[in-house]
Design a protein around this ligand. Structure first.
Ligand code: 9D3
Length: 401
């Protein structure tokens, strides 16, 4: 990822970002930082880049021309149009969803204003995104750009170590973290909660989840309206697909439950869900001939929702693809993300089957589930990412409000 910062104070940006994790990431070349001093593009011999505001009022306004020239110079070095973010208190307030979306870009141009702001006319021509970092007043956009670069960099491959990888973090559940402890076991008369010394990983996980909920309720009750308990109800006789579904669930939540619909016991029990639940239904797009159930309806017989948010994963070959080529392709496709399947097959002599997406969606809606999205290629990393980002946006931006 390449960050290009346009600013009147380039040393502030460089000083602030060349230390610690980001400094190391730059040495390794995972991220690059190029600062451009807008003053170098001043249109007069005094290097003046600001002027009085038309209509009067306090403060100065940055002129359009130097900003425009600086911008064009950077676009030239990139060689193609890039997203250009203007840091401004009048922008969309930065959040983790925006951060992850920006992390998918190869280049980001960040424009920092100073004084009262920048001449509106140049903003209309170069800016693609207006972003604020929160509702308080700063002296300029530089700290905003640094905050954005720090947050976005965490999602660039290689910036974080495997262990602290940004995939597994508290914000994926929109819950606060549980409390942490390290040695010594007793400090200032305070002991470490005994469950953490028990070695029972299931119990530790449950305790941490409870602490996360408690903490969020106490400190950030505003987050609770969006908290969901994720359950993945799946039918996957093949180990390979089971693993992919488990991984997809894990990318969504740290505390998910896997429910195997293939098991009679699961189908016999009541599977009732509330508005605070989130159901990930995962079934093959083509019902295998040796399936224990004859139809989709039977799979979901024991499931009930109460306008429960849900999503559908239809994995494996679609009905059109199912036949000659599809299965052979699947067997070879062990590298996730490399979609080796042929995009279309000539199926003039194959009897077209009913569209399973529509019918399964209808069945689940009739049972009280609100289907937010459908994923047909969970084996592809990029498709899964699109799916999960979209779901998170829908869940956190309040599907129940
Ligand atoms: C008359 C009101 N102006 C000054 C008090 C408005 C104003 C102009 C310029 C307020 C702040 C700034 C400079 N701030 C930023 O450039 C900025 C910012 C911010 O102030 N808060 C949150 N996010 C950001 S991103 C850039």
């Amino acid at each position: 990822m390449n960050f290009h910062v346009l600013t009147l104070f380039p040393e502030m940006i460089r000083q602030g970002l060349h230390t610690s994790i980001l400094g190391k990431a730059m040495e390794r070349g995972c991220i690059t930082l190029e600062t451009t001093n807008i003053r170098d593009f001043a249109a007069n011999k005094y290097n003046r880049v600001d002027d009085y505001p038309y209509g009067g009022g306090a403060g100065m306004v940055m002129e359009a021309e130097p900003v425009y020239r600086a911008c064009k110079a950077v676009e030239e070095t990139i060689g193609r149009p890039a997203r250009t973010v203007y840091l401004t208190p009048q922008g969309r307030v930065l959040n983790q969803t925006i951060v992850e979306e920006l992390a998918m870009e190869e280049d980001l141009i960040l424009l920092c204003g100073h004084y009262e702001g920048i001449d509106e006319r140049v903003l209309e021509e170069v800016v693609t995104d207006y972003i604020s970092i929160g509702d308080y007043v700063l002296t300029g956009g530089e700290l905003g750009a640094m905050v954005l670069i720090d947050a976005v960099s965490r999602f660039v491959p290689g910036v974080l170590s495997n262990e602290e990888s940004s995939q597994f973090e508290s914000l994926q559940d929109n819950l606060l973290e549980y409390p942490h402890y390290t040695r010594p076991e007793k400090w200032h008369g305070k002991t470490v909660p005994s469950v953490l010394l028990s070695g029972d990983h299931k119990k530790i996980e449950a305790w941490r989840y409870g602490q996360s909920l408690k903490r969020t309720r106490e400190r950030r009750p505003d987050l609770m309206k969006n908290a969901v308990t994720v359950t993945c109800a799946y039918y996957a006789p093949e180990e390979k697909w089971q693993e992919i579904l488990r991984q997809t669930t894990e990318e969504m939540t740290r505390y998910g439950t896997m429910l195997d619909i293939g098991r009679k016991k699961i189908r016999k029990q009541h599977n009732h869900f509330e508005t605070e639940d989130f159901l990930l239904f995962a079934v093959p797009a083509v019902l295998p001939a040796d399936s224990p159930l004859a139809s989709w309806k039977e799979f979901f017989q024991s499931f009930r929702g109460t306008q429960t948010p849900a999503a559908l994963i239809l994995y494996g070959p679609s009905p059109q693809e199912d036949s000659q080529t599809a299965f052979a392709g699947i067997e070879q496709d062990t590298v996730y993300g490399a979609d080796s399947r042929s995009s279309s097959t000539d199926c003039a002599d194959v009897k077209p089957l009913d569209d399973p997406i529509g019918s399964i969606k209808k069945i689940l809606q009739d049972k009280g589930f609100q289907i937010l999205d459908i994923c047909t290629h969970p084996e592809s990393i990029s498709e899964r990412r699109r799916f999960l980002l979209g779901l998170r946006e829908k869940i956190y931006q309040g599907i129940r409000s």
